[in-house]
Write a protein that binds this ligand. Structure first.
Ligand SMILES: Cc1cc2nc3c(=O)[nH]c(=O)nc-3n(C[C@H](O)[C@H](O)[C@H](O)COP(=O)(O)OP(=O)(O)OC[C@H]3O[C@@H](n4cnc5c(N)ncnc54)[C@H](O)[C@@H]3O)c2cc1C
Length: 322
């Protein structure tokens, strides 16, 4: 396949040892990061995080290897049910504390752009979800995938905003050099999640150095504030979270209603999150869940491939807890 910049993109094969891990072990290593195998369990998790720790959430249905129109339809239906459940559950008493939804365009097409396809059908399907979520009073964030998806995804978000779906947010990956330009072309007032990006990209279009990516998070957050955006600062790096809330936010003269800090469910950052919520900083966890483990295993195996350190961290946490 060819990316927008003309380079040929091939999805990297999984590391051989990751391919050999049996599904039960994949599940074991990824278990702390998944809120269960049903929508009811995900909503219970979100309600519990809010009631006990004052944490907000964004829900994500794990789905990978969507290869039939039926699987696409099932995925759309699942997200429609998520929007309704998030809106109507009485454990979320005010609209601003309801879970939002996070979705990936690749979950709604049998022609994924990172495997040579054109993403056919995905924007139409995601638009249905965003429109329904809007009716239910639920925000949606369109996750960012590999660089084969960047233009396609940002164009989609701009199109939705033009059509009045202004509660749809997007994600910018600071590792990509293009992000500097992309942030100048976002729809006015759009919610923006800033991340370093999880996809390995060629050196010609992306940074390789993590510290440089994180420094860009701080610089881009300041620029987004200046442009009037709501900033979702998504990292587990405590030093950078602190620099964001203690330096960038006060320098920009921004109130607590214009930003939040986001982390993944399961990454052990309890003390930091408690401190932030006690200080009145909004904190939101990204809560993935599955509907049956079959679909989730492929996704989780890829996360392990991208972040093998996860296995060591799970074991370390197990030892620490026991
Ligand atoms: C809420 C949220 C949404 C995201 N959405 C997207 C997206 O749409 N597109 C995209 O490309 N990327 C997304 N990401 C992933 C992001 O791009 C990074 O790859 C990821 O957050 C790891 O980078 P870091 O900034 O946390 O720094 P790192 O240096 O990788 O991590 C800092 C420390 O946090 C810990 N840590 C980090 N990740 C994990 C983990 N998975 N398990 C256990 N410990 C961990 C480690 O101790 C590490 O030393 C998202 C991340 C978050 C938190």
């Amino acid at each position: 396949m060819h990316s927008a910049c003309g380079a040929r993109i091939i999805r990297a094969p999984l590391k051989p040892y990751i391919r050999l891990i049996p599904p039960c072990l994949v599940r074991f290593f990824a278990r702390p990061y998944v809120a269960g195998d049903s929508l009811a369990k995900a909503i219970d998790t979100a309600a519990d995080l809010f009631a006990r720790r004052g944490l907000l959430t964004t829900l994500d249905l794990l789905a990978e290897g969507i290869d039939t129109p039926e699987a696409v339809r099932a995925n759309v239906d699942a997200y429609l049910a998520m929007a309704e459940a998030a809106s109507t559950d009485p454990r979320f008493p005010r609209p601003e504390v309801r879970p939002t939804l996070s979705l990936k365009l690749s979950s709604y097409t049998t022609e994924p752009r990172d495997r040579g396809g054109d993403g056919r059908g995905s924007r139409e399907a995601a638009r249905r979800i965003c429109a329904a979520a809007h009716e239910w009073g639920i925000g949606v964030t369109v996750d960012m995938e590999s660089s084969a998806w960047t233009d396609f995804t940002l164009d989609f978000v701009r199109e939705l905003h033009r059509d009045g779906l202004r509660d749809v947010g997007c994600v910018l990956q600071t590792r990509l050099h293009r992000t500097e330009r992309d942030l100048e072309q976002l729809p006015e007032g759009c919610r923006v999640r800033l991340v370093i990006g999880i996809y390995q990209e060629p050196e010609s279009i992306a940074l390789r150095d993590k510290t440089a990516m994180k420094e860009r998070m701080l610089a881009y957050a300041a620029r987004l504030f200046a442009r009037g955006h709501y900033v979702e600062f998504a990292t587990h790096d405590e030093a950078y979270v602190r620099r964001f809330v203690d330096d960038v936010v006060p320098s920009a003269g921004i109130g607590p209603d214009r930003y939040e800090v986001q982390m993944l469910y399961g990454v052990p950052r309890q003390a930091l999150l408690s401190e932030l919520t006690a200080r009145g900083v909004r904190a939101r966890l990204y809560v993935p869940f599955a509907q049956g483990w079959g679909m989730a295993i492929a996704y989780l195996r890829r996360r392990l491939d991208e972040y093998p350190a996860m296995m060591g961290l799970v074991l370390k946490n197990l030892v620490r807890r026991s």
